[in-house]
Design a protein. Sequence first.
Length: 717
Amino acid sequence: MTLQAERYRVDPSFSMLPPYLQNLNDNQREAVLETEGPVLILAGAGTGKTRVLTTRLAHILNLGLAYPHQVLAVTFTNKAAQEMRERIATLLQRPIEGMWLGTFHSLSVRILRRHAELIGLQTNFTILDTDDQLRLLKQLLKAHNIDEKQTPPRLVLSMINRWKDQALSPEQAQKTHHKVIADLYQEYQERLQVLNAVDFGDLLLHCLTLFKKNPEVLQSYQQQFQYLLVDEYQDTNVAQYLWLRLLAQGSGNLCCVGDDDQSIYGWRGAEIGNILKFEQDFPGAKVVRLEQNYRSTSHILGAASGLIAHNQGRLGKTLWTEDEAGEPVIIRGTWDSLDEARFVGDEIEYRQRQGDRLGSMAILVRASFQTREFEECLLKLGIPYRVIGGPRFYERLEIRDALAYLRLVVQPDDGLAFERIINMPRRGIGQTTLQAMHILAREQGISLPRAARYYADHTARGVTGTNLRHFFTNLDRWRTLLETEPHSEVTKIILDESGYTAFWRQDKSADAPGRLENLKELVNAIEEFQYIPGFLEHVSLVMDNNQQNQQDMVSLMTLHAAKGLEFDTVFLAGWEENLFPHPRALQENGHAGLEEERRLGYVGISRARHRAIITYCLQRRLYQGGWQTAIPSRFIKEIPCAHIQHIQANGATMARKNDVSSQNEPLKVLHDFKTGERVFHQKFGYGFIIHLDHDKAEVLFDHAGPKKIIMDFISRA
C-alpha cells in the first residue's frame, strides 16, 4: 500500500481527498479505502453498490496500486461491465485501457484462447448455443438407441449443465445415481473435443482444469492480478467460486460485493453458501455493511427488513434512510384475480391523474401466468404497458402453439396454423413432405390443410401417412365435440390428445413448468367467453394493440426479472399460499426453498421508492374448473404491523394491536356480522347466520343447508 493510500485509510479528512471520495457516506468510503486483503461488501438494496464498486476500482488505479491489466473485475452481464467501464473513465476523467473487466464467461474465453492447446483445443474453438447442444445430444441418444421420450434431450442437457455449474467432471458425475446420463456426459465431452467446440459451462470448467493441470499458468495469472473485484457475489455458483478462489490465492486482494438477502437464483445454480461462508473461506476478511438506503421510504424499508428478518440463513443487516417515513405499505385483499386486476388498473389510472408517469409504476408477479389478467385489464383501460423479461401473454411460444390448434379446429383452411403445429409435437412430418403438400396446394388452388388431407389419403405411405391421417381424424372429432361439449373442456382435450401437454411435461428445462402454468391460464381465459371463435377474435384484437411507439408504459414482470430495477410505485400481486411462496420451491428445496421465496418478497418490496401495494385474492379459479379458497401468504403476517395498512376485500380496514407481543400473531379482521343476519355467498346463495366463531360464521343457506364459511366470503344480503 502506498503512503498516500494509507493516509486516506487512516484519515478520510485528508486535505488531498479526491473528488470521487467526497460524496460517499462513511461506510461507502470505508469500502473503497479498504483496498488490501479479502473484503466482503454487504450492500443492501438501494445502498449505492455500483457507485462503491466503480469508485473502488477508480481509487486503486488513481493511487497507482496497480496497472489496469493487473485488475480483474467480474460482473454478471456485459451491460454492467460496459456501464462500469464508462463510470470509471468519468471518475478518473480519462479512458482506461487494458483492464480485465467482464463476465465470468467472457474472461474465461480470454484465458482459454491463450492456452487452448493445453486442454486439447485449437485457439479458434467454437462456442455452442443451446440448439447446437441439443442437436448433438440427440445424435448421441440415437446412436445408443435411447428413446427420447424416456430420456428427453433437455433433461440430459439440464443435468450436464448442473454438473458443470457444480464443477463436476464426467468422471466425478459417474459417482452419482444418474449413470446413463453421466455416460452420455462423457461421450458428449469427447464429441465436443473432436468438434473443437465448447459450451458455456465448459468455459469455467476448462479454466479450472487448465489451472489445476498447469500450475505455472495459474501462477502467472495469480502474479498478474493484484486486485480482484466481483459484483453480485451472492449469485455465483460452485464453478465460479472455485475459479475466483484459485486466482485470488496470489495477492489475496479479493473484494466481493453482494447481498445475501437478494440471492434468488438458486434454481439456476447460484450457491448462497458462497457469500455466507466468505469469512470462513478467507480468514481475516473485512466485512463492510452498506445499510443507508437512498431509494425507499422508511415504511418500505421497515416492511422489507421485517420480512427478511425471518430468514435464518443470512449475515444480517438493517436498512435505514434519512428520508421521511412516507406512506405505509398497503396490503389489499380482493375477491378474485379479476377484482385484483381491476383494483390495480384503477390505482394506476388514479396515480396517472395525480401526475405520476406510467413508467414510474410496475406490477410484479410470482409466476408468468399471472400477467394475463393484468394485461387484459390494462388493455381495456387503454393503459400502455410492457412485459419485462419476456413476451406478452398471447405472444408466448406455448400460447401461440395452442392458439394455432384452436384456429385450425375452428377454421379448417388456416394454412399458417396448420404449418405451425403439424409437427408440434413431432409427428415425423419432414420438410420434404411439407414441401410436397405446398406444391399440391398451389397446383390444385386449395388451402394447405386440404392439400395435406388429400396427400394423406392418396399419396403418403408408412408412418407419415398414418400420422397425418390420425391428425385429421382428431381434428374432425374435436370440431364435432365443440358442438356439444363446453369449449374449455374441448380445449383441454385438444391439448392433451394432441400430445402438446405431454410434450412440455417431458421437457426438463427450467421454464417448462411455467409454460404448463401458462397453458392452464389459457384454459381459464377461454372460460370467460361463450364461444372459441369469439375468444380468438378477442386475442386478435389484443395482439393488434401495437404499443411500440408508446414511451411511457407500465412495467409488468415477474419478481425474478425485477431484481436491479426500481420504481416509484410497485404493485406486488398474488401474495397467497400455493402461489407465493411457490409450492414447487417448497416441494423441491424445503426450508431453503422457503427462505429463497422470502428473499424474493424482500426484493419485490425493496424495488419501491415511494409506495408498495401488496394484493392477494380470497379465491382463485382452478384449471379443473370451479374456484378454490385462497389463503393470504404467510409472508404478509411476517411484515411488522407498524409499517402496513391492511384493507379487506370489502374495503374495511383490518387491524392488529401495535404492541410488540403481537408482531408475529395472525392478522385479526374486524367483522361486525351478527347472529340471525341475512347474508349472501357467491356459491351457496342466500342464508342466515346461525353461529359466529372468531373469523368464521355458520350459515344456514336456503338451498345448500348449513355451512361453515370464512367471513371474508360473505356479504350482507
